[in-house]
Design a protein around this ligand. Structure first.
Ligand code: AHR
Length: 510
């Protein structure tokens, strides 16, 4: 099977915003407690942060980490999590039926971010609380001093303001499962008032307003239009979320879900631009895809976890080889939409549908999905190039779950790819998945208007068993270097193994 890709140095999607490689830590399951924070663990530092986890987060190189939720934030009192630990109250977390001891809060998170080489992306509670509390958190974090709240932060150990740049105006407010769920108009009004007061407190911040919780929401489109009607002039990004799963074990259709993500982005961009047109505005709203990942392996397992306990294990998906292929392609989709997607957060970072897992009394380990993320985050920076793809195609079916109707996935190219020109490193980097599950693919990449010098490396991830998983004991799925890629003038030739994720780096003349 043969495929061909053409890129041209001058045909660009846009500069990639590095923040598309961001992560997410929610007070959920073992993400915070036993994940990033575990005093007494052999790897814990003086603040109780697990060093083994910090090292792996650094390897993923996530520019932002969204915090503290997720559904959790919609019932959270941020004031419970600051100040002397012995005075902090334990509370019921209604979103996840857990007990929140508040031993880790805003100040600990800021410290952890510095150590993990990431920046905070804070969410405010617009579920059970409102504009006043949101403004107060911005003041606590970002105001230099001389007010009750900013001086409280200084007394709590942070003399300098945290300078948190990106703020989410609540979380998934379109979802009936959300604590304090609102209609689009109710939310739009609240978000507008919160946005005003937050920006009055610190005009340098950027705001993310809630869009749809997933592509199947009954209010899709309508929600975006109404919410943006209220908030258009004050917000910078619209947030969208989507999770993927192979519940009916139809792998070819599952791997076609990268196209669904792409289609979802296109539809939401159209919604944003519809409001732009109606308002005759010059401003373009960008997207923050601040929750995306594979999430289905752990569905239904909540019953095994004791309710109303601290760090009750939840959403601990163990990822397979085929999940790594999809995660790799979802990253390519974000690159291919670099013109409109400026922030994206892999949901989540540790223990909860995460690339990093921890053993309570043992080590931290890398899931299969860790690898495509780490390599794309490290090398997929620069400018996204337009790709012209000529590949054989397949037809497949996909079902979201056993109760849903099959979706026909027609004319799906076996080759899925994204190509980046990294001017800093003088490299062109091709990310490519061969979705043919049984046949290798001969690939030709034509680099128009480039002067390629040499193939730096071809890293590939594949495994004969698509259901293979990693564990603390064994990393079955990980990248290996492949030889054999050749360069003739400005054409690269190589072979992509069946069902493989690949990264090919080519050095170029300036
Ligand atoms: O990431 C897990 C949950 O998924 C988040 O809390 C919520 O925002 C979404 O529904």
């Amino acid at each position: 099977m043969k495929s061909r890709v053409i890129v041209n140095r001058n045909y660009l999607v846009d500069k990639i915003d590095n923040r598309i490689y961001s992560g997410f830590v929610e007070h959920l399951g073992r993400a915070v407690y036993e994940g990033i924070y575990q005093p007494g663990h052999p790897s814990a530092d003086e603040d109780g942060f697990r060093r083994d986890v910090i090292e792996l987060i650094r390897e993923l190189d996530m520019p932002l980490t969204r915090y503290p939720g997720g559904n959790f934030v919609s019932g959270y009192n941020w004031e419970d999590g600051v100040g002397p630990r012995e005075q902090r109250p334990a509370r019921l977390d209604l979103a996840w039926k857990a007990l929140e001891p508040n031993l880790f809060g805003t100040d600990e998170f800021m410290k952890w971010c510095r150590k993990a080489n990431t920046a905070p992306m804070m969410a405010v509670n617009l579920g059970t609380r409102g504009a006043a509390e949101a403004q107060q958190l911005v003041e606590y974090c970002n105001f230099p001093g001389g007010t009750a709240l900013s001086d409280q932060r200084r007394r709590n150990g942070a003399e300098q303001p945290y300078g948190v740049k990106v703020w989410c105006l609540g979380n998934e407010m379109d979802g009936p499962w959300q604590t304090g769920h609102r209609t689009a108009d109710e939310y739009g009004r609240t978000a507008l008032e919160a946005a005003k007061m937050m920006k009055w407190t610190d005009p340098s911040i950027e705001l993310v307003v809630c869009g749809s919780s997933h592509a199947g929401m009954p209010t899709l489109g309508e929600w975006e239009s109404k919410v943006l009607d209220h908030t258009y002039d004050l917000v910078d990004y619209l947030s969208i979320h989507h999770y993927f799963g192979n519940r009916c074990d139809t792998t070819p259709g599952y791997l076609a879900q990268a196209e669904s993500m792409s289609d979802f982005i296109d539809r939401i961009v159209a919604c944003c631009d519809f409001v732009r047109t109606r308002r005759k505005s010059q401003k373009r709203i960008m997207l923050s895809f601040d929750e995306w990942n594979v999430w289905f392996h752990s569905n239904g397992k909540e019953v095994e976890s004791p309710e109303w306990s601290v760090a009750r294990p939840l959403l601990e998906d163990v990822y397979t080889m085929e999940d790594a292929l999809l995660v790799g392609m979802l990253l390519m989709t974000l690159i291919n939409h670099a013109d409109r997607v400026k922030i994206a957060c892999l949901a989540q970072s540790v223990n909860v549908i995460a690339p990093i897992m921890t053993e309570k009394n043992g080590k931290a380990w890398r899931q299969t999905t860790f690898h495509p993320f780490a390599l794309t985050s490290r090398y997929g920076r620069g400018t996204a190039l337009r790709t012209v793809v000529d590949s054989p195609c397949y037809d497949a079916e996909y079902r979201h779950d056993t109760a849903s109707l099959p979706v026909n996935c027609r004319e799906i190219p076996y080759l899925y790819c994204a190509c980046v020109h990294n001017t800093g490193r003088d490299e062109v980097v091709l990310f490519a998945v061969n979705r043919n599950l049984s046949e290798a693919m001969e690939l030709e990449l034509k680099l128009e208007d480039f002067d390629p010098v040499s193939v730096l490396e071809h890293e590939s991830i594949s495994h004969p068993d698509l259901k293979a998983v990693n564990s603390a004991a064994e990393e079955k799925v990980r990248p290996v270097k492949l030889a054999g890629a050749t360069l003739e003038k400005n054409t690269l030739k190589t072979v992509l193994p069946a069902a493989s994720w690949n990264m090919i780096r080519i050095s170029i003349e300036k």
